[in-house]
Design a binder for this molecule. Structure first.
Ligand code: TMP
Length: 210
């Protein structure tokens, strides 16, 4: 399914890669260029999605973690609501939608990280996205060690996974990017913020001019 009018950009990467900073910068640039911008985050971005996010991340240290299949279905349930309630209507209006994580996160975390079957993850993603694919996906690539050094918050149950889990997630993202180079732009997240914004904006601008 093509986006017809709007432009759909997603940001992906591990913990502490600077996605929020880049989303704010890109949204500012696009707004200044006179474009309607809608930003959102996953999981969340709708009242139902935020309640699902809170339920998932209420998992306390020492408590049994969500079963991998339960985790998959909560992330994709939140996504289904976000696509229907926010992303698809915004794209139909011709807006630029910038989303903090999307279906690629589920492949990287639940398939590469958790080891869930790829076909099961793809089926859940298809149900959630209804075939919607980003026009551009920016990968802010960073080693898990560097990502956690940057973190300032307390760790949630996913961030408490061992470093090997986070290395598999990183390799998963890089594999996805290599398989679809026309959709992905891989950015070294250790570069200065302004340089990253500049490289990302160059690509977004081309899409907006289509
Ligand atoms: P964030 O707000 O820091 O990006 O946190 C979201 C967390 O959820 C992060 O650890 C990645 C994880 N996640 C998945 O495991 N699968 C998914 O499909 C999504 C959207 C996020």
């Amino acid at each position: 399914m093509s986006n017809e009018r709007g432009v759909f950009v997603t940001l992906e990467g591990g913990e502490g890669a600077g996605k929020s900073t880049q989303i704010a910068a890109l949204a500012r640039l696009a707004t200044n260029a006179g474009v309607e911008v809608v930003t959102c985050r996953e999981p969340g971005g709708t009242p139902l999605g935020e309640r699902l996010r809170a339920a998932l991340f209420a998992t306390a240290e020492g408590e049994t973690a969500p079963a991998p299949a339960a985790e998959l279905l909560v992330f994709t349930a939140a996504r289904a609501q976000l696509v229907a309630e926010v992303i698809r209507p915004a794209l139909d209006r011709g807006a630029l939608v910038i989303c903090d994580r999307f279906a690629d996160s589920t492949v990287a975390y639940q398939h590469h990280g958790r080891g869930l079957d790829a076909s099961m993850v793809d089926a859940a993603n298809r149900a959630a996205t209804q075939g919607l694919v980003p026009d551009l996906t920016l990968l802010l690539d960073l080693s898990p060690e560097q990502g956690f050094q940057r973190g300032e918050r307390g760790l949630d149950y996913l961030e408490r996974e061992d470093v090997e889990f986070h290395r598999r997630v990183r390799r998963g993202f890089l594999e996805l990017a290599a398989a679809e180079p026309e959709r992905w732009l891989v950015l070294d997240a250790t570069r200065p913020e302004m340089q990253i914004t500049h490289a990302a904006w160059e690509r977004v601008r081309v899409l907006l001019a289509r």
